[in-house]
Design a protein around this ligand. Structure first.
Ligand SMILES: [Zn+2]
Length: 445
C-alpha cells in the first residue's frame, strides 16, 4: 500500500473536492475501456469509528467517487457526477471493501460440479492417502475443468486471490501442477494465485525430493510439506529437506501441519531455530492448520505465538470447530499473520468447503466471542488476508491511491454488518476488472 494523499474522513466531513475531476454529467459517453480507466461513483467507504464512554458504538462511512486506472486505485474524492467522457458506474451506496483471499485451498483435487458423493473415510490421513492414490490417475484429465469451476466459485464469493495447494506425488508426478497452472493462467486476468508444491504422500518418505525441486522450476511458488513425524517418517530430516529446497529455490514455505501435540510443536521450533540462522527465511514460512497449538495452555500458546511472530511465521486456518479451538486470538495479538482458507471443497477428504472466506470469518466471530461492532469489524482482516478499511483505532487504511483495485461491493452499512450478515457479493473486481457479479448501476455509464 502507498501513503494516502489525503485524509478521507476530513474530506468527507468538509466536502472538499478530491483529485477526481468532478465536472460534467454522469451520463457522458464512455470513452475509456472498462478495466483501464473508470470511476465507481457513490461507493460507501468507512471513515472511522464513533465512540462513546463504552467504546466503539458505530462505524462511520461516507460516499465517494473512486477512480480506477490501470488496475489500481487512482484517486478518491467526494461523491458526485464524474468527469465528462470518463466511464462511470453508479454504486448507489454499496459498501466497497478489499477483495477476499483464500489462503489454503486444493484447486487441483475436487469433484465440485460432479454428481454428489460423500467421502469414504478410513484410518485417518494414511487411509485417505491410500484412497486418493487410487483415484488421482483417473482425475487427471479433469483437473483443469474442475479448477476452473472452483475459481469461479471463489470469485462469486468475493475472493480474487488463492494460495492453492497442489499435489506433487509419486502417483501424478507433476501432472496436477502442470494442469492447475494452465487453468490458473487462463484466468489470471481476474484471479491471482500462488501454488504450493504439496507432497501429500510424503516428501522424504516418498522419495520425491527431486520431483519437488522440479516442481519449483515448473511454476510452484511455495515449497510444501506434510506432517514431518506422522506422515514423513522423521521430523528432523523432513524439516531440513523442506528448508533446503526452499533455500535453493529462494521460495517461501507452506507446510501442512495436522499432527497434534509435541511432534508438531517440535517441527515449529526446529524451523524457528533455522530462521534465526538463515534470515532469508524470516517471514517466509506458513503453517497450514497447525493443530498442535490447540492443546496448549493459554501461557504456552502465548509463548509459541511470540516465537512464531519473531520468526515472521504465519498460519493458514480453516477455523476448525472441534472440541478444541485454535488460539487464533493469541496468534493475532502476538502479530502472527493469520489467514483463512477453504481447504477441501468437495472431494474424498471432505465436502463442506464453500470457498467463502467471509464464512470463515463469521465462524471465527462466533468461536472467539467477537460480538461487538469493533471486534466484528476488525475480524474482516481474516477474510481479506490483511488489507483493512480501518485500523482498530479508526484510522483509515484502505483504499489509498496506488492500491491494487481488488475490491468487493456489498449491500451493507459497514464491515461489521458484512461479516455478520454475509451479503451477496454484488460486484467483484480484480485489478479493476470484473471478476464476478455485475458492474454496479451499469445504466449510469
Ligand atoms: Zn490442505
Amino acid at each position: 500500500m502507498t501513503d494516502a494523499p489525503t485524509d478521507l474522513s476530513r474530506r468527507a466531513l468538509m466536502g472538499v473536492a478530491g483529485a477526481v475531476a468532478l465536472a460534467g454529467p454522469a451520463s457522458a459517453a464512455p470513452k475509456s475501456k472498462a478495466g483501464d480507466d473508470y470511476v465507481l461513483r457513490n461507493v460507501r467507504l468507512e471513515t472511522g469509528y464513533d465512540r462513546d464512554a463504552d467504546g466503539v458504538s458505530a462505524t462511520r462511512t461516507g460516499l465517494f467517487n473512486v477512480r480506477i486506472t490501470g488496475g489500481k486505485i487512482a484517486t478518491i474524492g467526494p461523491a458526485g457526477p464524474s468527469a465528462r467522457g470518463l466511464h462511470a458506474y453508479d454504486a448507489k451506496g454499496l459498501l466497497m471493501l478489499p477483495a477476499f483471499r483464500d489462503m489454503h485451498i486444493h484447486l487441483d483435487k475436487t469433484f465440485y460440479g460432479d454428481p454428489w458423493r460423500a467421502p469414504r473415510l478410513k484410518h485417518g490421513i494414511p487411509g485417505q492417502i491410500a484412497i486418493e492414490q487410487k483415484l488421482l490417475p483417473g482425475m487427471l484429465a479433469g483437473v483443469e475443468a474442475h479448477a476452473d469451476r472452483l475459481i469461479s466459485l471463489c470469485q462469486s464469493k468475493g475472493t480474487t486471490f488463492a494460495r492453492s495447494q497442489c499435489n506433487v506425488d509419486p502417483v501424478v508426478g507433476l501432472g496436477n501442477l502442470e494442469r492447475l497452472k494452465r487453468a490458473l493462467d487462463r484466468r489470471k486476468a481476474t484471479f491471482g494465485y500462488e501454488i504450493v508444491a504439496f507432497p501429500q504422500h510424503g516428501l522424504v518418505s516418498a522419495h520425491i525430493e527431486g520431483l519437488m525441486r522440479e516442481a519449483m522450476s515448473a511454476g510452484a511458488t511455495h515449497v510444501g510439506g506434510i506432517d514431518p513425524t506422522a506422515v514423513d517418517g522423521g521430523m528432523e530430516r523432513s524439516v531440513d529437506t523442506i528448508l533446503q529446497i526452499a533455500l535453493d529455490a529462494h521460495a517461501p514455505i507452506d507446510m501442512h501441519l495436522h499432527e497434534p501435540g509435541p511432534s508438531g510443536i517440535a517441527a515449529i521450533r526446529r524451523i524457528a531455530a533455522r530462521v534465526d540462522q538463515e534470515p532469508s527465511l524470516k517471514g517466509r514460512v506458513t503453517f497450514s492448520h497447525c493443530f498442535c497449538l490447540e492443546a496448549l495452555s493459554e501461557t504456552e500458546a502465548s509463548d509459541m505465538a511470540q516465537l512464531m511472530a519473531h520468526a515472521g511465521m504465519s498460519v493458514a486456518s480453516t477455523v476448525p470447530m472441534g472440541p478444541q479451538v485454535m488460539p487464533i486470538p493469541a496468534l493475532m495479538e502476538a502479530g502472527v499473520p493469520v489467514y483463512v482458507g477453504t481447504d477441501t471443497v468437495v472431494d474424498f477428504w471432505g465436502v463442506f468447503g464453500q470457498c467463502d472466506s467471509l464464512l470463515r470469518t463469521w465462524t471465527a466471530c462466533q468461536i472467539y466471542g467477537w460480538k461487538d461492532e469493533l471486534a466484528i469489524s476488525q475480524a474482516l482482516k481474516l477474510a481479506t488476508g490483511g488489507p483493512m478499511p480501518l485500523s482498530p483505532t479508526g484510522e483509515q487504511l484502505w483504499p489509498k491511491a496506488g492500491d491494487a483495485a481488488d475490491v468487493v461491493l456489498v449491500r451493507a452499512a459497514c464491515s461489521a454488518e458484512t461479516v455478520a450478515r454475509m451479503p451477496h457479493r454484488e460486484t467483484v473486481l480484480y485489478r479493476g476488472r470484473l471478476a464476478a457479479g455485475a458492474w454496479p448501476g451499469a445504466k449510469a455509464a
